[in-house]
Design a protein around this ligand. Structure first.
Ligand code: NAD
Length: 264
């Protein structure tokens, strides 16, 4: 690497396995010299996250369930014990009951609506507030979103509503934290086969549709999201904040199925 992240310390949240978008991002950052900390959701994931973190030279890991304020506090206390400041965070977390990621949005229950908003939206704000307090030299924050926030996509349902709120919160956070030299952005990734994505109804069809109809006529990889994350989290993106940046082979500009695309 070129050392674009040399001397920079950051927290990666949402690594579950080597298919996670967080893994593509963590590799791109470590390759440029970043020092990384990782949070994992529950002991079951620790066994998977520990060896991945070790591959990138990190032994700073802490459990964090973002639906629990005390758990977020404990995470930042653990990081504060090792590091006196923080330069960036990556929030790659989302969750909804998979039974409601199919069928009609209209049938979303109140309980699942609130849980989805809590874990997929509020958690970024809760984490941003604590991270900002440690970003004494300025910083950069990144979350992950999807096109279902902007347009209706099959089965995305309540998660689309949550991502719309997440993208709005990126703009409000960018304004609040900009005065302190902290940038806040989102990457809107095209569909990628991960654990979370496997909960979405007909996900294979969605992957195929994007492959056939996006301007680049292919899907994006975790590593491509990682490269764009590097831009937003490093000085390369120093003039960019409040942005939702699409890394989706250009799918978001398409108005109609391409004439040369086969029917599927
Ligand atoms: P993933 O399953 O690898 O990652 C999701 C992560 O969320 C997991 O690490 C899981 O532990 C974590 N998580 C869920 N609930 C949590 C909680 N209560 N506390 C702490 N962590 C919790 O899947 P992914 O696709 O890499 O997802 C990362 C982000 O990217 C999500 O926000 C997702 O919506 C977004 N995204 C994914 C795609 C895609 O097609 N895969 C496209 C656009 C955006």
């Amino acid at each position: 690497g070129l050392g674009l992240m040399k001397g920079r310390r950051g927290l990666i949240m949402g690594l579950a396995n080597d298919k996670s978008i967080a893994w593509g991002i963590a590799k791109a950052l470590a390759d440029q010299g970043a020092e990384l900390a990782f949070s994992y959701q529950g002991e079951a994931l620790k066994r998977r996250v520990e060896p991945l973190a070790a591959q990138l030279g990190s032994d700073l890991l802490a459990e964090c369930d973002v639906s629990d304020e005390a758990s977020i506090d404990a995470l930042f206390a653990a990081i504060g014990e090792r590091w006196d400041s923080l330069d960036f965070i990556v929030h790659a977390i989302g969750f909804s009951d998979k039974d409601q990621l199919r069928g009609r949005y209209a049938d979303t229950t109140r309980d699942n609506f609130l849980m989805t908003m809590d874990i997929s939206v509020y958690s970024f704000t809760a984490v941003a507030r604590r991270a900002a307090a440690m970003m004494t030299n300025g910083g950069s924050m990144l979350t992950l979103t999807y096109y279902g926030a902007e347009r209706v996509m099959p089965h995305y349902n309540v998660m689309g509503v949550a991502k719309a709120a997440l993208e709005a919160s990126v703009r409000y956070l960018a304004e609040d934290l900009g005065k302190d030299g902290i940038r806040v952005n989102a990457i809107s990734a095209g569909p990628i086969k991960t654990l979370a994505a496997s909960g979405i109804g007909d996900f294979r069809y969605i992957l195929k549709w994007n492959e056939l109809n996006s301007p680049l006529r292919r899907n994006v990889s975790q590593d491509e999201v990682g490269k764009s994350a590097l831009y937003l989290l490093s000085d390369l993106g120093s003039g960019v904040t409040g942005e939702t940046h699409h890394v989706d082979s250009g799918y978001h500009i398409v108005g109609m199925k391409a004439v040369d695309a086969p029917d599927i």
